[in-house]
Design a protein around this ligand. Structure first.
Ligand code: KG4
Ligand code: ZN
Length: 346
């Protein structure tokens, strides 16, 4: 294998990111990874505003690229290619990234490779730990929740996923309902530490049905009802009751993800992988209760458990540069007709 150095660009949601990654026979190195968030720009609107996001990406991409190249000590001429998220995501933002990447590729005479954002997340265990195919992956964040078997850089089998909300979204809504700050995941986890997970009987949706599909919107509704009942009973939300609600909610999410992981692992292990690996990525993978449970599930089955460091679990461009290198090695090349795609299932 030849040593390849790629610039990667990411702008599919509310993070503008650029990174330089070098990969060769000795391994893979992130030479620079710059992420510029937009949380403050959207704070007043209670969610990401696509138009504001697209403008901010268009303004910040050049700066992120300059910073990444300078940080890596690399010039455009040292690069072997440019990789960019071409979807799925908010179309204005994806277009900003694709335009920027086309400009750089055309100007510097470099190959261009469009990358599926989900493939970027799904290939991260190879970037961080050099994990071999095939491995089982759980992507679990504010926007995604799915089980995938990764067979190759462009070959994934989806075993199931959420049919409504993603767990991160449910954590964020729970925090909102209980008057806790955003992002909700860390806030709910901190409260849950002093709560009783058995205080409230919340549902474990879809566990009674076969397969790996999940649902989290009913859980959110159940939490709302439990909160209203508690407020009616106590004339407010005492600190301990709030902690109990958080602990009960977190346990429900953990139980659903753990049971569905067991089912996904059974399907994966039936394919007799050499060294079985279960990787979990996405913002919710930061949850310690969830991680501990998944580690136990894997230990019982003799499966190696791995989770990339958080900064590589959340949106970043290093995963895009790396996925670009993996696709490039497979022969993938895109032209100036590369399209930005709002929807692009793996
Ligand atoms: O991957 P990510 O940064 O962005 C996308 O959604 O793509 O994930 C963010 C999500 C948020 O919903 C956040 O509340 C959740 O991950 N999260 C957590 C924790 N830390 C972040 N959820 C549960 N427990 C945590 N410790
Ligand atoms: Zn993402």
């Amino acid at each position: 294998t030849q040593v390849l150095t790629f610039l990667g660009l990411e702008s599919s949601c509310d993070d503008t990111a650029a990174a330089v990654v070098r990969s060769g026979p000795e391994g893979t190195e992130i030479l620079a990874s710059v992420v510029a968030g937009q949380t403050e720009l959207h704070a007043a609107f209670g969610g990401v505003v696509p138009e504001i996001a697209a403008r901010a990406h268009a303004e910040k991409l050049d700066l992120c690229v300059e910073e990444a190249l300078a940080g890596a000590g690399v010039r455009l001429g040292d690069l072997d290619g440019v990789a960019v998220t071409a979807g799925p995501g908010l179309i204005g933002g994806v277009m900003s990234g694709v335009m920027c990447a086309k400009g750089i590729a055309a100007g510097a005479g470099l190959p261009l490779v469009g990358v599926n954002h989900l493939a970027g997340h799904a290939l991260t265990p190879r970037l961080t730990d050099g994990i071999a195919f095939p491995y089982l992956m759980l992507l679990v964040s504010g926007g995604h929740c799915q089980f995938l078997i990764a067979h190759g850089p462009e070959e994934f089998t989806r075993l199931g996923g959420t049919i409504d909300d993603a767990p991160g979204e449910a954590f964020d809504k729970t925090a909102k309902l209980l008057g806790l700050p955003q992002p909700g995941g860390p806030a709910v986890e901190a409260e849950a530490a002093t709560g009783n997970a058995r205080a409230f009987a919340l549902p474990r949706p879809l566990l009674d049905r076969p397969g790996c599909d999940m649902s989290f919107s009913g859980l959110k509704t159940a939490l709302l009802r439990a909160r209203d009942a508690a407020v009616a009973e106590h004339g407010g939300l005492p600190r301990q009751v709030r902690a109990d609600l958080c602990a009960s909610f977190q346990a429900a999410v953990r139980d659903v993800l753990a049971e569905k992981s067991r089912r996904a692992l059974a399907i994966y292990l039936a394919q007799a992988p050499g060294e079985p690996v279960f990787a979990v990525a996405g913002g919710v993978a930061a949850n310690k209760a969830l991680r501990a449970e998944l580690e136990t599930v894997c230990a019982k089955l003799g499966v190696r458990f791995t989770a990339p460091p958080l900064r590589l679990c959340t949106d970043n461009a290093a995963m895009i540069a790396f996925a670009g290198i993996e696709r490039f090695r497979m022969g993938a090349r895109d032209g100036m007709d590369l399209l930005a795609r709002p929807r692009w299932p793996l």
